[in-house]
Design a protein around this ligand. Structure first.
Ligand SMILES: [Zn+2]
Length: 294
């Protein structure tokens, strides 16, 4: 063995010896129902978790149909993370067929939902202050599942909570510059109710809380009338829904489409809306630009 090889062999032996990874448990396997929860779990879990989202980015969880691979993913998960409030109507059957034995956490379990009759509005993630509750629940669960990494999860969660509070403050500051009469906008489905409640908007949507809801001709006609009367200042398509109905409403109401809002899923990785924080800032910028336009 040459001297160089001998030194290399010695160094690699030292590195192997020094690395604590060998003594660590492998990362926790987290399966999240949709991309926004997957991002939250990644932010808190860091490299101590592997996170898979069942519903993809830019995809619609309301009408998702699980695939055979999802059964395997859930069966192998340490932690299953769902939103709740009726968002993932397909989850009970998926869990049943996977014989899941891990921990199932419903992120919105302790929030007071917006309700209509017996229906809950599931889109609570559109209020960053509610997402703090999601973060607390996820970080407490990860810590319970892996006490050795609890300190890391706590640090990550605290940093993320501060970012959520900064986001909330930035939205409030921006919205202050918007006259109340301009805080009304149209989207495809009624996904922004929690955002509207937090920041003083009124949302009009041809479809209800699920993209499965049928838009009524009467509601569509009423939206077009409000646009023509100048009572509504912005019309937005969504990343997860077919834009055609909203485009038609805008055209007939004499309004321009103000851009794309991210409602129920993140954009692709690397895009501005590819993370939850990025998505909320994209939505804010898009809303402000269109609603402030003359
Ligand atoms: Zn939705």
């Amino acid at each position: 063995m040459s001297l160089k090889h001998a030194i290399l062999a010695m160094l690699s032996a030292l590195v192997l010896h020094a690395a604590p990874a060998a003594a660590q448990d492998p990362p926790l396997r987290v399966v999240a129902s949709f991309s926004i929860l997957a991002d939250l779990a990644s932010q808190i879990g860091g490299d101590r978790v592997t996170v898979q989202s069942l519903v993809g980015r830019d995809a619609d969880a309301h009408v998702y149909e699980p695939r055979p691979a999802d059964v395997v993913a859930v069966a192998n998960a340490h932690l299953l993370l769902t939103n709740g409030l009726g968002f993932e109507g397909w989850m009970d059957r998926l869990v049943e067929s996977s014989a899941f034995k891990g921990r199932w956490v419903v992120a919105a379990a302790d929030i007071k939902p917006l309700q209509s009759g017996s229906d809950d509005d599931p889109h609570a993630w559109q209020d960053p202050r509610i997402v703090i509750r999601y973060v607390n629940r996820i970080s407490a669960t990860l810590a319970a599942l892996r006490p050795a990494d609890a300190a890391l999860f706590a640090v990550n969660a605290e940093r993320y909570r501060r970012q959520l509070l900064a986001l909330d403050a930035d939205i409030r500051r921006a919205v202050e510059s918007l006259p109340p009469a301009r805080r009304r906008f149209v989207t495809s489905h009624d996904a922004f109710g929690y955002f509207a409640r937090a920041y003083g908007f009124t949302i009009l949507a041809p479809q209800g809380w699920s993209t499965d809801d049928e838009a009524s001709a009467k509601d569509v006609a009423a939206l077009i009338r409000q646009l023509r009367d100048g009572q509504v200042h912005g019309v937005f398509i969504e990343n997860i829904t077919d834009p055609r109905l909203v485009q038609q409403i805008a055209a007939e109401g004499g309004a321009r489409v103000g851009g794309r809002l991210y409602s129920d899923a993140l954009a692709q990785p690397g895009a501005p809306a590819g993370t939850y924080l990025g998505m909320m800032r994209h939505n804010l910028d898009t809303l402000m630009a269109a609603l402030l336009a003359p």
